[in-house]
Write a new protein. Structure first.
Length: 273
């Protein structure tokens, strides 16, 4: 079978008993970075030295079929550098290929930066969406955020330290500077920090530079009144940012409860005036 195993996101003490046992018994390990896996084995005091196969974003689709066949013969342990494989990390194409081939897939649960950040942010946890990394290009990022601006779920993003200030500024522009948020930095590590505030305030703080592994947690949009004129303005705003008009009408219909077709036709009529 294929075993997806969550690894510590910073603190080695979070390695589960099951993870330790799996590492001690594994004969083959597919890992995002074999050097990181070697350090993990050493840090946990595990003397087993399994065969290590690199499985990363550049080769995972090409390697998937080979690894699935290997997993028919032995248990294949799959690791990312930190957290759960497949969550903004390699693994999904492998799981997809395994399911198609009828090879069993299971998991050893464990640390997750997404869930940890959500838990400590102090924002609603009943409904949330993990959005991964925002696009690097400004236009693509603006379009993505325009689509998410009305989402009422709490949103969780990953971000690198060099891009944090840019992303927070873009979030503030798209969602409003006062939208509550939290920047969760170096979770479970010695210098763990959770900075809470409005998106504008957090963007100003991050402008001086921030280090470490980072999650951004943003409160969802407030419930909007289903006002037809305001909804039409929102459709046109999304369309102006690059969203297809039909998609914009669908998004606003979901936000407001108004009819998708009515919004689309109103937007078309508005454009022809």
């Amino acid at each position: 079978m294929i075993i997806l195993a969550a690894t510590p996101i910073g603190n080695l003490g979070d390695a589960s008993v099951r993870l330790r046992e799996a590492l001690a018994e594994a004969t083959v390990v597919a890992s995002e970075d074999t050097r990181v896996t070697q350090r993990l084995l050493a840090g946990l005091g595990i003397t087993n030295r399994p065969r290590l196969i690199a499985l990363h974003e550049h080769n995972e689709r090409a390697k998937a079929a080979e690894l699935v066949e290997l997993a028919r013969e032995v248990d294949l342990l799959v690791l990312s550098d930190a957290g759960m494989p497949t969550v903004s990390d390699p693994g999904y194409p492998l799981v997809q290929a395994a399911v198609a081939a009828g090879v069993e897939v299971t998991a050893i649960p464990g640390p997750s930066a997404v869930i940890t950040a959500l838990a400590v942010a102090g924002l609603p946890t009943d409904r949330f969406s993990f959005e991964g990394f925002l696009p690097r290009k400004a236009g693509e990022r603006a379009r993505r955020l325009a689509e998410l601006a009305g989402d009422r779920r709490t949103l969780v993003f990953f971000e690198g330290p060099s891009r944090l200030a840019v992303s927070l500024t873009a979030l503030a522009e798209a969602f409003g500077a006062d939208r509550p948020a939290a920047v969760c930095r170096e979770l479970t590590k010695l210098h763990e920090e959770v900075r809470r505030g409005g998106l504008g305030e957090l963007a100003e703080w991050a402008a001086d530079g921030v280090r470490g592994e980072i999650c951004i947690v943003v409160q969802g949009a407030a419930e909007r009144q289903a006002d037809a004129a305001t909804a039409l303005d929102r459709v046109l705003e999304l369309a102006a940012s690059g969203t297809r008009l039909k998609d914009a009408a669908s998004l606003v219909a979901a936000e407001t409860g108004l009819g998708k077709r009515d919004l689309y036709e109103a937007a078309l009529a508005s454009r022809t005036r």
